[in-house]
Write a protein that binds this ligand. Sequence first.
Ligand code: 5GP
Ligand code: ZN
Length: 134
Amino acid sequence: MCIFCKIANGEIPSATIYEDDDFRVILDLGPATRGHALILPKNHYANLCELDDEVAGKALIVAKKIGTAMMNSLGCTGFNLVQNNGEEAGQTVMHFHIHVIPRYDGGERIVAWTPGKTTPEEMAEVAEQIKSAL
Ligand code: 5GP
Ligand code: ZN
């Protein structure tokens, strides 16, 4: 059993802020900002590609609930949903999870990148490549 399986199923105690039949939502041990939470499904799925469709749908509803509660309780003025898939994407725990990260006035932009350049030809090629696998 992986560490998030144990936390999600209550074998390891955690700062739980929400629980239902399918999910436990806990506070992150290394918070990006005050209130940083993790939505953990109780069943093990390594990443989004493996996630059950029904659980995937419910996960966004839980994210909405948590983000709304954060906005109404913490004094944050926004929040980010972050969901990493694969080591190259920064995933360190191979049990699907969604980060809910409250954002405060004056805080740094955590989820940011430098916009690159592309061409209409390249965009058409990339679009075809992805569409061919759907
Ligand atoms: P990832 O990089 O895989 O998307 O995110 C993993 C997150 O889980 C990190 O933000 C890390 O701080 C958090 N984390 C790792 N182990 C534990 C743990 O045992 N308890 C809690 N509450 N958070 C954890
Ligand atoms: Zn697991």
